[in-house]
Design a protein around this ligand. Structure first.
Ligand code: UFG
Length: 332
C-alpha cells in the first residue's frame, strides 16, 4: 500500500532526522520537515522537502498537518544529551515527554494514522544480559531514557484508544554520515565517541579521552553496537511501510547490528582510516556508563523489510570523517 499524503519529519534539520528525510525522498515519499532550529540547521534540510519552523508542541502543528495532508509522522525532535538530562531533568520531561504528548494530541485530532518514534537503548538502563532483546527489563538510569520510555507508554495507550498505529525504534549507537556527503553530524559540542575521534583527526581536538579501562570487557573499555545513520534512516522507511500495510499493529524494535566494538577497537579503526595515531588519554569511567550495550536485532530483521548495508566500522568512520572535513570547510 502507498501513503496518500506527506510524511511529517520532526527534527528533520537535525542529525538523524535529516538522514531520514533523505531516505524518504530517495524512496519517493513527499516530506514536510517541522523543526524549530534550536539544535538543527536549515541548510541540513534537503530542498526537495517542505520546511516549517515551528515547535512540535505548538498547536499550529495541526495546521501544518492539514495544509500538507500529513499521513504519517516520524518524530525525531528532542533533547539527547544524557548528562544534561541528569542536571536538568525537567528540560527532558518538557522537550521529550510533554512536547511529544502535545504532538501526539495534534496527530490524533487530525486523524494521522501512523507514528514512528525515535526511542533509545537508554530505556534499558544497565542491562542484565547482552545482547538485549525488546522484552528485557526497561530500567532507565537517567532522565533521558525515562523521558523516552514515558513516550513509548503514551504511544501504546494512544494506539489502543485511537485509529493510529506506531513503531518505537530503540536506537543503539548511531554514527557515520550520508555516504553521498549530503548530511552528517553537525551538532556543536557533541559527546559521541566516533564524532569526537574524527574531530581529533581533523585537528579540532588534541586527542580522545578513553572513559574507563577496567570494565569487564575483552580489553577493559566500553563496548557498543555502532549503527550507520543511513541504515537507521532506511529502517524508518521500512517501518513506515509496515505500519501502512498492517494498520492494526504497533511495534517496538531495537536498531543495531547485533555486534559490539570496544572504545579501543573504534580508535584503532579511526587510526587505520586516517593513517594517524590519535592520542588516547586513558581516564576513569564516565558516571552511568554500562560496560556493554549490544542489540539483539532478530526482531527488526524479521519484522520489517530491511537489510543493513553498511555494517562496517571502518566505513562508518570513513563517512563520519568525510563529513567532518566538509564541516571544517563550511566553518572556515
Ligand atoms: N567514550 C569515550 N570517550 C569519549 C566518548 C565516549 O571513551 O570521548 C566511550 C563511552 O564511555 C562509551 C562509548 O565510548 O563506552 C560510547 O559513548 P558515546 O558517548 O558515544 O555513546 P553512549 O553509549 O554513551 O550513548 C549512546 C547514545 C545515547 C544513549 C546511550 C544509551 O548516544 O543517546 O547510548 O543507549 F542514551
Amino acid at each position: 500500500m502507498t501513503l496518500n499524503g506527506k510524511v511529517m519529519v520532526t527534527g528533520g534539520a537535525g542529525y538523524i532526522g535529516s538522514h531520514a528525510v533523505l531516505a524518504l525522498l530517495d524512496a519517493g515519499y513527499q516530506v514536510v520537515v517541522v523543526d524549530n532550529l534550536v539544535t538543527g540547521f536549515d541548510w541540513a534540510v534537503d530542498e526537495r522537502a517542505a520546511f516549517v519552523n515551528i515547535a512540535v508542541e505548538d498547536p499550529g502543528v495541526r495546521d501544518v498537518i492539514r495544509a500538507h495532508d500529513v499521513k504519517a509522522i516520524m518524530h525525531f525532535a528532542g533533547s539527547v544529551v544524557v548528562p544534561e538530562s541528569v542536571s536538568d531533568p525537567l528540560k527532558y520531561y518538557r522537550n521529550n515527554t510533554a512536547a511529544t504528548r502535545s504532538l501526539i494530541e495534534s496527530a490524533v485530532a487530525e486523524g494521522v494514522p501512523h507514528f514512528i518514534f525515535s526511542s533509545t537503548a537508554a530505556t534499558y538502563g544497565t542491562p542484565e544480559r547482552v545482547p538485549i532483546a525488546e522484552g528485557d527489563p526497561k530500567a532507565p538510569i537517567n532522565p533521558y531514557g525515562m523521558s523516552k520510555l514515558m513516550t513509548e507508554f503514551m504511544l501504546r495507550d494512544v494506539s489502543a484508544a485511537h485509529p493510529m498505529n506506531h513503531c518505537c525504534l530503540r536506537y543503539f549507537n548511531v554514527a557515520g554520515a550520508d555516504p553521498e556527503g549530503r548530511s552528517g553530524q553537525s551538532t556543536v559540542g557533541a559527546t559521541h565517541l566516533i564524532k569526537i575521534a574524527v574531530e581529533a583527526a581533523t585537528g579540532k581536538r588534541d586527542g580522545v579521552g578513553v572513559f574507563g579501562t577496567d570494565f569487564e570487557t575483552r580489553d577493559g573499555t566500553g563496548v557498543r553496537d555502532y549503527i550507520h545513520v543511513s541504515d537507521l534512516a532506511e529502517a524508518h522507511v521500512a517501518a513506515l511501510k509496515l505500519l501502512v500495510d498492517r494498520p492494526g499493529e504497533s511495534h517496538v524494535l531495537n536498531c543495531g547490528y547485533g555486534r559490539g566494538f570496544s572504545v579501543l577497537e573504534v580508535l584503532d579503526a579511526v587510526d587505520r582510516v586516517t593513517n594517524l595515531t590519535i592520542e588516547r588519554k586513558l581516564q576513569g569511567r564516565r558516571p552511568g556508563d554500562p560496560a556493554e550495550l549490544v542489540a539483539d536485532n532478530s526482531a527488526i530483521l524479521k519484522t520489517i523489510d530491511w537489510t543493513p548495508k553498511r555494517d562496517d566500522l571502518e566505513g562508518i568512520v570513513r563517512d563520519a570523517l568525510a563529513w567532518e572535513r566538509k564541516l571544517a570547510e563550511r566553518q572556515g
